[in-house]
Write a protein that binds this ligand. Sequence first.
Ligand code: FE
Ligand code: FE
Ligand code: FE
Length: 168
Amino acid sequence: MTISTLQDLFLDELSDIYDAERQLSEALPKMAENAQNKKLAEGFRKHLKETERQIKRIEKVLEICDFDLPDEECEAMKGLIKEGEQMIADIEDHNVLDAALITAAQKVEHYEIASYGSLLALGKCLDIDPKALDMLKESMEEEKRTDETLTMLAEEEGINERALQQAA
Ligand code: FE
Ligand code: FE
Ligand code: FE
């Protein structure tokens, strides 16, 4: 789409994260299936549920603001998911793969955090309905918690340490 105004930019970004969330909802089951650590697999499944709610939340934002989204494909999410799939294809050791899945997932979460953060900043500037902004903020907080959980699994839960022992 042609972006001429800040409002156009907001809609373009909203459309981008909407597509990104939908792509991720299709990729998370495969990540869960390939995780050997039970807590990691559970974490991916939990985040799939959250992601499905985040998609609904964006649809609600569209309703509240009476927006029509342009058709946008998130090339970045496509690439991040592709990198994750490449890890699954290339890594034989399941412990190393767990560490790699965490890496791939954290890149995704950081992309989402940046997307929602920018939408909130633009939305405040544009006087978007506070109810809609609260919903975007709620999703951003979920992404942040997910990122923290992934760090916890890599470090305290010992997934990286286990990968180190197996990788000789
Ligand atoms: Fe998300
Ligand atoms: Fe994108
Ligand atoms: Fe996420």
